[in-house]
Ligand binder design. Structure first.
Ligand SMILES: [Ca+2]
Ligand SMILES: [Ca+2]
Ligand SMILES: [Ca+2]
Ligand SMILES: [Ca+2]
Length: 347
């Protein structure tokens, strides 16, 4: 825990890797796909999390509302991922997840704009730390498409005694396979099941389940659940933006089905056009194929914190409306609604 005078803290908020404050991430969203290294920029706040702040108070607004203590000090949370011998990523956090517990911390920002009883700042920090980096295939078409857009839409919610993190991994286009099955908009996703871990702080948690969606709800659905010892299969990297561990997923080339490992992807099929290619084979600098685009916390359906996805570079798209996701490009035959990716619980 750090305690800083209010003015110092607000000043640091612009550059602190612990906070999701961002004012310029929206501009980088449209270049997130075309330049896969877009996230590491000169702005530490942008590059660490990619979170977007909107006028609705979405993602990571750490400077509004909430507590200022009698002593005039603002509580600056320290939260990050951690690898432990036990399978499943650990999350260490000194900001309480529980809203009532947060309210008891002098100087803490305890907004709950999505009315789910979880501290919004805790949600945003958790989402920022646990959302995966997408490690693309070396032949991925979006890498050569200057108009391509990528963005994440997240939701963090309680599920009984557990927490759920849903991340819609958005792409403006599904480029198809062998010249067909392409379409505007590509709403892929992962989800995580977590339990509270008080030993890791009042906002501490541990991943006890992971879900990767691949051709979800189709005849070739290869979505997978990882629990218990299977969590060992998940891949992590040290995120240069935060210096902490980050989950890595492997989107298949052009179709963007999400796989937890290279082997799972490559073993899906040996039949041409049904096979999948993943991973930066032979790329001189594989880090250039890692994409961590801007993110929005959509809040809850009954109390959204974000609806319009224009800030992510997807104009006309909506986090909660029952409409297909067309990647901001319009058209027909697009991808499943974003809301489905945030609401359907795979655990
Ligand atoms: Ca909340
Ligand atoms: Ca929430
Ligand atoms: Ca797809
Ligand atoms: Ca490859």
């Amino acid at each position: 825990m750090r305690r800083l005078a209010v003015f110092t803290a607000l000043g640091l908020a612009c550059g602190s890797p612990d906070l999701d404050v961002s004012t310029s991430a929206a501009t980088s969203s449209s270049s997130g796909a075309g330049s896969p290294t877009a996230t590491p920029t000169s702005s530490a706040a942008d590059s660490s999390t990619g979170a977007i702040t909107t006028t609705g108070g979405a993602s990571g607004e750490a400077s509004s509302g909430g507590g200022s203590s009698d002593s005039g000090e603002m509580f600056v949370p320290e939260c990050h991922t951690q690898l432990t011998p036990e399978p499943g990523l650990a999350y260490v956090c000194d900001l309480p997840a529980d809203l009532a517990a947060c309210a008891a911390v002098p100087g803490a920002v305890c907004d709950d704009l999505d009315a789910d009883g979880l501290t919004d700042q805790w949600e945003d920090l958790l989402l920022a730390a646990l959302r995966p980096v997408r490690r693309m295939d070396e032949a991925e078409q979006l890498l050569a498409d200057p108009a391509a857009v990528t963005g994440d839409v997240g939701r963090v919610a309680r599920a009984g005694e557990h927490f759920r993190v849903y991340v819609m991994l958005g792409y403006s286009v599904d480029y198809g396979s062998c010249g067909f099955t392409g379409h505007n908009g590509d709403s892929e996703r992962v989800a995580l099941d977590l339990i509270a871990d008080p030993d890791a702080g009042p906002g501490g948690a541990r991943v006890v389940g992971a879900y990767t969606a691949a051709h979800e709800n189709t005849a070739s659905d290869h979505s997978m659940l990882f629990v218990a010892a299977d969590l060992d299969q998940l891949v992590y990297t040290v995120d240069p933006r935060t210096t902490h561990p980050r989950w890595v997923v492997y989107p298949s080339a052009d179709k963007h089905a999400t796989y937890a490992t290279l082997a799972i992807c490559e073993n899906i099929s040996a039949i041409p056009c049904l096979d999948e290619d993943c991973g930066p084979d032979g790329a001189p600098d594989p880090a250039l194929l890692d994409i961590l685009p801007p993110v929005l916390n959509a809040g809850e359906e009954a109390a959204p914190r974000a609806t319009d996805l224009a800030a992510l570079g997807f104009p006309g798209e909506d986090a909660w409306a029952p409409q297909d996701f067309c990647g901001g490009l319009g058209g027909a035959g697009c991808s499943a609604p974003v809301r489905d990716k945030l609401l359907v619980d795979p655990f």
